[in-house]
Write a new protein. Sequence first.
Length: 114
Amino acid sequence: MMRALALVLVGFPAQADTVSCVLVDGTGLSFVIDRNQFVTAVSPEEPIRRKATVVRMGADTLHAEPFLIGDMRGFHAEGPSDSHMMFVVHKDGTAQLTRRGDGLAIDGTCEVTP
């Protein structure tokens, strides 16, 4: 049993990016993207894998779905009052948080560390 567990752990190295940001209003925002969540299924019979992360924004914590698109990364989540939030980080570290519903758009800068 332990040998099988060791083989599984060796086969799937931890690959995560920590994204730490500061929005122009001074709010801190951070989340982690686990790259193992984006691995292609081995078999078409495998269930769809849900991607999840926890975002810390100021004193608030929210559950979100991360994404990786080329050199961009970010998340989308349900915001306050059933609004939809999207946060996008570009390759150069610039970022924007938008919230559909009230039209909120806030810029920021981020650092991504593996």
